[in-house]
Design a protein around this ligand. Sequence first.
Ligand SMILES: [Zn+2]
Ligand SMILES: [Zn+2]
Length: 694
Amino acid sequence: MELSVTKVRAFSRARQVLGSMASVRRAVMSRLDFRGTGAVGGTLSSASTRPGLGLACAVCPLAHRGVYHGLATPRRLVHARAAVSSSTDQQQQQDAEEVQLVLRTSDESEELLKIRHSSSHILAQAVQNLFPNAQVTIGPWTDMGFYYDFDLEEPFTDADLKKIRKEMIRIIKKRLPMWEEEVSVEEARGRIEENSEPYKLEILESILERDPSAAITIWHTGERGDKDHWWDLCGGPHVENTGKINPKGLALENVSGAYWRGDENKQMLQRVYGTAWETSEELQAYKKMKQEAKKRDHRKLGAQLNLFSIQQEGAGGGLVFWHPKGAMVRNQIEEHWRGVHLASGYDLVYTPHIANIDLWKTSGHLDFYGENMFQGIKIDEDEYQLRPMNCPFHVMMYKNQPHSYRELPLRWAELGTVYRYERSGALHGLFRVRGFTQDDAHIFCLPSQVTDEIEGVLNLTENLLSAYGFTEYEINLSTRPEKYVGSDEIWEMSESALKEALSRKGWDYIVDDGGGAFYGPKIDVKIKDAIGRKWQCSTIQVDFNLPERFDMEYVDEENNRPRPIMIHRAIFGSVERFMGVLIESYAGLFPLWLAPTQARIVCVNDSVNEYAKECLDLFKSYGLRVDMAGGESLGKLVRNAEVQKIPLVFVVGNNEVETRTLSVRSRHQGDLGAMGAEDIARAMNQAVVEKSKY
Ligand SMILES: [Zn+2]
Ligand SMILES: [Zn+2]
């Protein structure tokens, strides 16, 4: 089924909305900082949440803040467009590119945010009406929906969800006003106790813990005294009345387990996921997008195409085995990455996977990042630490010898594998793992070089990502927070360098004022995949902290010894996660330059084998990844190649032997007719060199 084509909005307009929403979001989210985490299952991969890391992430935030942060928390919501056409394999790419309906996230539409947030209140109200024993906890909006966590012994069934939705619609139809009331702490405490809601009390206490003078607000649904009156501790915003929610745009999706405050030692709650849209067309498009995402699930495709495995039982969760085919794809990506870096003036380095614990004390990781690190390893009398980040190693290399201003900038890149503790419930395919490889680099430069260096990173980002078809980016610039290290001058210089570099590129961006880490401003880049989902990948982070902690310096023109500016950056973020995104974005159908098997020669009968083998050798001499199959019906052979998503199939029958040709079938372009093997090989090579789309 095709939906009518809606004009696609320009990214830049979406950005304006995003910018204006930033303050509302921060105000609200600062109160919900501990919103439930550790969801098991979940809806969209992007709907899972992880704890706000805050200052825990002291240095190089690349993977956690950069890679997962945007994906995971409602604080950095993304918008996406849905490709609503059902796509056959052959048409998948083309269809996906015909973007048809804009699915706005809560960040892009204040109205949708209010609708979703209000829906979560109505959900909780409906649940408490139907299940008086259910205790309410928290219920935020997500990028494309909302959820609410309940403490209730009996698990919700599908039939329960239907009943709950019906009750929600009854509440919606009553057009109950939603209104805010500011109350004193005592008043709030009293009302919560009166309702015997221990979780709410805990929320209240933690709000006060963070800010003893915080204004406490309650949001009511319905007038006091009305039998449909309900309230929740909340900072808003909400719709004026429940009637603003369109029942036809409302759906309850599923239930999963989630620990209270994301803590495995705490109560297991039931998280009900829902989604809400202004129109039923949007809801339908959203459902189609989710279906499409399910079809493309990289865990499913990874097994089907024999790309990788994660062997929970035998080896442990979150540890990836790259099988030959997946390793081939990964190798292409890494080779490309290395080539682009060398051509951009980077040096490649390798550093160890473990180091003495003292290094992690100096870097601050042990203090600020400890909860994400594995236990130490005893070696002789010393304790060693598996690395969660590569940064301190590059710093150690820098410090290994004195540096003059003339040597700077230094650009050191490493595909550095790191290990981080993730709760087992949070692990998710290639997206959330315990061992992964950052495409990391650190730039050490003079203050006067920052703008050029950042511009260089932006160019390189574009260069790398566009090879995978990611040509539209959403850029976030996060600036100085209230608490920070480094002088005002250095912050101002760095922030204006980041802005200047972005403006030289002509890239629009959203400023997240005060959203930077305490040690420096940063740029985050999101990419959009083939079905419109956005993924946080690249991060460029200026760091005033590590040079200080490690006492880094260079000799300047006047023989002074100032600190260099350190820039952390990753383009893919994590190679594993980027591969997951690629598998889903390509729906497993890799373009020629990446495909593990680029073409298959299919023999119609055994008498053509000799000629087929001759062709195979020719392709191999071109360095092309081609194999050969026969011994079964043509239909079956072609189907097999299709299942394995091999881009090209060359059929050889008696005719082809006679004319010394191959009949070419492209997964993307259909039948291309008969061509000579040499011509095909040259065309393929050309496509590989150009990294062409198919
Ligand atoms: Zn609320
Ligand atoms: Zn770093």
